[in-house]
Design a protein around this ligand. Structure first.
Ligand SMILES: [Zn+2]
Length: 120
């Protein structure tokens, strides 16, 4: 049986067992993306340092952006390379053209990314 997997809202890799977004609301799934290592629910609170229960959506999105920026700028290291297809990887890191495709599937406005090395 093939499980249905969901897109990571950070890197766009389809590897989450639970949908981090349900009916427009962010869920605390505690799923960890095998690609960028973001943990939904935990990392959001950890990075933003707010209360556990209620994190306003715009702060969750800011945390997503910050984590994504840090992950890309630090070289897009894959946390579980064994679950990532070989042609997605360059050693232990995600290929840049694969990243672009994944981010496009999230409908992110990558033209306006303020990430070092992104528009070179
Ligand atoms: Zn991810």
């Amino acid at each position: 049986m093939v499980e249905k997997l969901y897109l990571c809202l950070i890197c766009g890799f389809k590897g989450l067992v639970q949908n981090p977004l349900y009916k427009g609301e962010y869920q605390k799934t505690f799923d960890i993306c095998p690609c960028c290592d973001f943990e939904f629910g935990y990392s959001v609170d950890h990075d933003v340092r707010l209360g556990y229960i209620v994190t306003p959506d715009h702060l969750i999105e800011a945390a997503f952006q910050l984590y994504r920026k840090q992950w890309i700028e630090s070289g897009m290291k894959i946390s579980h390379p064994e679950v990532i297809p070989d042609d997605f990887k360059n050693g232990d890191c995600l290929k840049f053209d694969v990243l672009l495709k994944q981010l496009k599937s999230l409908n992110l406005d990558i033209e306006n990314f303020e990430i070092n090395g992104f528009h070179d």
